[in-house]
Design a protein around this ligand. Structure first.
Ligand code: SME
Length: 153
């Protein structure tokens, strides 16, 4: 399977979980599990909930991570402030990068909105490989974020 096929498989599984959604937390937790299972190369997959002045760790798969991230620095904070996806090919060159785990070398962060267009969370994926994310990942992950809109109702 290539990257697009993997994402199609993962998106189908996530779509089903959203359709049968029991709660916000279980659906987000299953979504991270599906992504982690579909892409064994992903080192960490998780959501941060957007709070007034910080980000708060939500459901994730992977090693323990920072529980709270202030909005003044880091890739997740910049994504939340700009409300746009960010791809970082080398996290060590990103000013203000928050290193929750030193093994992470590249990452992608996607904003997650509710149906009213409010930013509710960011989806963060980290890889041990450099240059591991491209616009193909961004396209598919933004599609998954779009599918997740109703889970905040
Ligand atoms: N690297 C992120 C922090 C989250 S962890 O990688 C799980 C950042 O710079 O915001």
């Amino acid at each position: 399977m290539n990257l697009n096929d993997n994402y199609r498989w993962a998106t189908g599984k996530i779509k089903k979980k959203i359709k049968d959604s029991h709660s916000l937390i279980s659906t987000l937790a299953n979504s991270t599990a599906i992504l982690k299972e579909s892409f064994p190369g992903y080192f960490w997959v998780g959501f941060y909930f957007v709070k007034e002045d910080h980000l708060s760790l939500g459901p994730f798969q992977g090693p323990p991570a920072c529980a709270r991230i202030d909005l003044d620095k880091g890739v997740c904070a910049d994504c939340a402030k700009e409300k746009k996806s960010i791809i970082v090919l080398n996290v060590h060159e990103y000013p203000g990068h928050v290193a929750c785990d030193s093994r992470s070398n590249s990452e992608i962060v996607i904003p997650v909105f509710n149906r009213s267009g409010e930013l509710m969370a960011v989806l963060d994926i980290d890889s041990e490989k450099y240059d591991d994310f491209s616009d193909i990942d961004q396209k598919h992950l933004e599609e998954i974020a779009e599918l997740l809109k109703p889970v905040w109702d």
